[in-house]
Structures are given as structure tokens and as C-alpha cells.
Design a protein around this ligand. Structure first.
Ligand code: COA
Length: 331
């Protein structure tokens, strides 16, 4: 018998400090008008220097565990989707395991850029199908740590945050109904942090030339995003045999409001079923979808049986989408 796997609880962690477009205007040659019209972003959150990915991830994880009514000891596996972990190794998942006391969990990080949380959902659901009872999936990124605040074409886009979900078996007819994850590595060059790994270890000259920051070809990523959001969501709807009019909440990766709206128009998703918070947080990478999901749970309300469609795209280049039928939690 195939186990149905659903989301039992969600959580999030958002830093307090708000970096507004007005502050960016003062710091560099940009305008609120340019940022708003090109991206829809008004402000983003930036973590203080002593806060790392594991700190935000652990807060989000504890909230998700609380809401799922699960104890840390019950967690079998922790998957942390991140590209800005605390350090290259050990994994941020291991650091979070210790922070939250999930002593029985195995733990690893997953690198799929902004698609990471959806990748994590897909891997996590299969681990539950394989016999695990509780899998914690965390999406966390502090892109402010790898962003060049002298490069106006990238620094206006990104923010910091974390979101989490606890996965476990749910009643028949509920849970993750279909997923679609994929990658096109030929686009790796369009969004990357090219130094700091085994190809280009950090050297004094890299630092002096300010090469230790993320690089992005905005137009290439934009075109990719519009295409894969449409293709992947069509596939995942088809697999689930659900028409888009039956989607209660469409949660696209929050990168750019123009990309979000183009996907919503193609899918014929009306405004009241579309969730947007990119104006408040910018692009928080792997955290964007779980933060949005937790906000909807907390502030908008999701009813049992609601179909949620999530879709992400990001470095790799990667994409991932999933349809989750909410509820079915077994007492
Ligand atoms: N303020 C003012 N002007 C800016 C600016 C800023 N912050 N950043 C770039 N510009 C300028 C550019 O220098 C360029 O000037 P030029 O025409 O004189 O050369 C002009 O604005 C237009 O730049 P362009 O790159 O064509 O703008 P765009 O409409 O494509 O928007 C992005 C740029 C980055 C907002 C858009 O390409 C995008 O969102 N791409 C996807 C990025 C993304 O989602 N990345 C994360 C993936 S997970």
C-alpha cells in the first residue's frame, strides 16, 4: 500500500531588520521606482551578523514541530535546502539537528537553489513512503551574505529568511498528490557563486577583486523562470488530474512579481488564489515557498481538502513544483 504523505505543521523565521528601497536609494544609484516596477520588491529582511542559516532554520523548525505536535526525538530525517549554509561542512542539517535536539534524525543538506524546498518535499515524501514517520524539511537562505552591495543589478533582489514543514503519513486522498522536479545544468553559468569551492578556492586576489559574490544573468534567468514555471505547473496539474481552477492557493517562488504574474495568467489563477509577499521579503531563495505557506496557514487559513500548488526555480538551473491536498492529519 502506498503511504499518503502530507504536511503536518509549518514554521518560519524572518529577521527583524528591514532594508527598504529608500535605504538602497541612499546607498547606491537606484530608485524605488526602478526596483518596484521591475521586481515588485519594496523591502527585504537582513539577518544580523551573528545570525547564521542554522539559527533561522532552527527557529522555523521548532515552530513547525510545535504545530505538528511532534517532539524533536520523533524526527527521523532533517533535510535542509540551502545554498548559504553556516559553512561548507558539516551540513547545516547536522547543526540544526543538535540545536533542536533531534537526536534520532539523520541529516543532510540539499543544494537546488531557490527550488530547494520543493526538491526537499519530493525527497522527504519518498523517505516517508519508505518507512520514516516524521521528516523535517527546512528551506533557509541568507543571500545577503553572498550578495555584492555594490552591484545594483543583484543586491536589490535578495533577502534572508527560513521556513520549515514537518512531513508524515496522512489519510488517503490527502497530502502530496504530484511533484515535478528537474534541472538544466547547461544554465549553471547564469546564476552562480563561482568561487569558494574546489574549482576556485578563495584567494586574496579574489577578495580584492570582489569576486566572492553571487553572479547572475538576470535576463537569462528571467526567460528560464517564465518557461519552466509554466511547463512544470502544467505537468504537475496533469499528473494530479486537477484543473487549475481547483487550486485554492498558488504559491510561486517569490523572486519577481512580473514572473509570478506571468505564471498566474498562463495558469488562469485569479488574484484571490495567488499568494504574493515578494514586496515584503524580496527573494529569500529556498525559504520563499515555506515562508509563504506558513503565512497562508497563519493569516489566511487553509481548509482541509484545499489544493495548494507550489512552484520554484533557481540556481542549477533547477525547477520544482508540487500539488498538496491540505489536511488528512491522523490523530
Ligand atoms: N536600479 C536602477 N537601474 C538598474 C538597477 C537598479 N537596481 N539594476 C539594473 N539597472 C539598469 C541596468 O544597468 C540596465 O541599464 P542599461 O539599459 O543602461 O544597461 C537597465 O536597468 C535594464 O536592465 P535589465 O537587466 O534589462 O532589466 P530587467 O528588466 O531585465 O530587470 C531583473 C532585471 C534582474 C530585475 C530581471 O532580469 C529579473 O528579475 N531576472 C530574474 C532574476 C531572478 O529571479 N533571480 C533569482 C532566481 S531564483
Amino acid at each position: 500500500m502506498i503511504t499518503n504523505v502530507g504536511i503536518l505543521g509549518t514554521g518560519k523565521a524572518i529577521p527583524d531588520y528591514i532594508l527598504t528601497n529608500a535605504e538602497l536609494e541612499e546607498r547606491m544609484d537606484t530608485t524605488d521606482e526602478w526596483i518596484t516596477s521591475r521586481t515588485g520588491i519594496k523591502e527585504r529582511r537582513i539577518a544580523p551578523p551573528d545570525v547564521a542559516a542554522s539559527d533561522l532554520g532552527a527557529i522555523a523548525a521548532k515552530q513547525a514541530l510545535d504545530k505538528a505536535g511532534a517532539s524533536p526525538e520523533e524526527i527521523d530525517l532533517i533535510i535542509v535546502a540551502t545554498i548559504t549554509g553556516d559553512m561548507p561542512f558539516p551540513s547545516t542539517a547536522c547543526i540544526i539537528q543538535d540545536k533542536i535536539g533531534a537526536i534520532n534524525a539523520s541529516a543532510f543538506d540539499l543544494s537546488a537553489g531557490c527550488s530547494g524546498f520543493v526538491y526537499g518535499l519530493d525527497v522527504g515524501q519518498n523517505m516517508v513512503r519508505g518507512g520514516y514517520q516524521r521528516v523535517l524539511v527546512i528551506g533557509v537562505d541568507l543571500l545577503s551574505r553572498v550578495t555584492d552591495y555594490e552591484d545594483r543589478s543583484t543586491c536589490v533582489l535578495f533577502g534572508d529568511g527560513a521556513g520549515a514543514a514537518v512531513l508524515g503519513p496522512v489519510a488517503e486522498g490527502y497530502g502530496i498528490i504530484s511533484t515535478d522536479i528537474g534541472a538544466d545544468g547547461s544554465g549553471a553559468k547564469f546564476l552562480q557563486l563561482p568561487v569558494g569551492g574546489s574549482r576556485n578556492p578563495i584567494t586574496p586576489s579574489i577578495l580584492a577583486n570582489r569576486e566572492h559574490y553571487l553572479r547572475m544573468s538576470g535576463n537569462e534567468v528571467f526567460k528560464f523562470a517564465v518557461r519552466v514555471m509554466e511547463d512544470s505547473t502544467e505537468r504537475v496539474l496533469e499528473k494530479a488530474r486537477i484543473p487549475s481552477k481547483d487550486i485554492a492557493w498558488f504559491i510561486p517562488h517569490q523572486a519577481n512579481v512580473r514572473i509570478i504574474r506571468s505564471a498566474a495568467v498562463k495558469l488562469k489563477i485569479p488574484d484571490e488564489n495567488l499568494y504574493i509577499n515578494v514586496d515584503r521579503y524580496g527573494n529569500t531563495s529556498a525559504a520563499s515557498i515555506p515562508i509563504a505557506l506558513d503565512e497562508i496557514v497563519e493569516e489566511k487559513g487553509i481548509s482541509d481538502g484545499d489544493n495548494i500548488l507550489v512552484v520554484g526555480f533557481g540556481a542549477g538551473l533547477t525547477w520544482g513544483s508540487a500539488i498538496i491536498r491540505w489536511g488528512g492529519v491522523m490523530k
